[in-house]
Design a protein around this ligand. Structure first.
Ligand code: AMP
Length: 293
């Protein structure tokens, strides 16, 4: 496994590595790797095939953070991340410093203007511009054929798909389901920042969403999920929304597939999760056979 720190080194190493006709598959991360990330790597390894190259980028991207304390507190266990990458048969780790990614006077940003307006985009201004910018840079620096993302960040995934479509970026976007702890909490690099009581309480987010998502009507779904999360002495809802699965716009009925999504603060730590809410069939209309005799 090679560890490289600049774009120029990445290109050079990848040119040596990738055999003709084989795929380069990228897994972009911010490190503090857990089993969720490693599932993405496993998927990348399978997709790349024996002659292909799996690249993991580890970069805590400052321009996608809206709170300085969140950026400062973000865990950075580089040595153990590298050990995990080695064990997962990663070929190349891209581990740039901020100065290797951004010019001090940088002035170009990739901005998505529709799907990024609600949910996390509304509570974290500029976040998705930062995500789109760094992801496009990572695509260009690695020259990857495909990249793997987690469904856990479903808004991010939708926005990246939109960026790739709208800008004709020649990268196939692959996705992996959310990996959870045994108590249902979605794995996240931020979970290590929860104290013991917050950690014990946090599975309530998924419990609330999963139970409420089975109810029949949009208003009762939102009310039930809110009641369960607000029953916690530790949790503070940032947002709780039922949105159309395609447009990410809020919905008040379930004629189309929807997503029930929440962001919840435990102290300074903000956790996100969501469940799919399938479209409800309209009530069956009984037609009585007409007798014509
Ligand atoms: P992050 O390091 O948090 O920026 O995440 C890097 C990638 O890992 C993103 O595509 C995330 O959606 C994905 N990811 C994070 N947590 C999970 C999880 N619990 N299950 C599946 N994918 C995840």
């Amino acid at each position: 496994m090679r560890v490289v720190k600049t774009g120029a080194d990445l290109r050079q190493v990848l040119d040596e590595y990738t055999a003709a006709g084989c795929r380069r598959v990228l897994v972009p991360t911010m490190g503090a790797l857990h089993h969720g990330h490693l599932e993405l790597v496993r998927h990348a390894r399978m997709t790349a095939g024996p002659g292909g190259t799996v690249i993991v980028s580890i970069f805590v991207n400052p321009i996608q953070f809206d709170r300085a304390n969140d950026l400062d507190a973000y865990p950075r266990p580089v040595e153990s991340d590298l050990e995990k990458c080695l064990a997962a048969a990663v070929d190349v780790v891209f581990l740039p410093e901020v100065a290797a990614m951004y010019h001090a006077d940088r002035s170009v940003t990739v901005a998505e203007s529709l799907l990024s307006k609600g949910l996390c985009g509304a509570s974290r201004p500029g976040h998705f511009d930062g995500v789109c910018t760094v992801v496009l840079k990572l695509f260009l620096l690695s020259g990857c054929d495909a990249a793997v993302f987690g469904e856990k960040d479903f808004q991010q995934l939708a926005i990246i798909r939109r960026m790739v479509r709208d800008l004709d970026v020649p990268v196939e976007i692959l996705e992996c389901p959310t990996v959870r702890e045994s108590d249902g909490l979605a794995m996240s690099s931020r979970n290590v920042r929860l104290n013991a009581r917050q950690r014990a309480d946090a599975p309530r987010i998924h419990r609330a969403l999963a139970a409420a998502g089975k109810l029949a009507h949009a208003d009762e779904i939102l009310a039930a999920a809110r009641a369960e999360i607000e029953a916690s002495p530790f949790a503070r809802i940032d947002y709780l929304e039922l949105v159309d699965a395609q447009t990410l716009q809020p919905v008040t009925d379930l004629h189309q597939p929807a997503v029930l999504a929440a962001a919840v603060f435990y102290g300074e730590v903000r956790l996100i999760d969501h469940v799919a809410v399938p479209a409800r069939k309209p009530p069956h209309t009984t037609t009585h056979a007409m007798s014509c005799d």
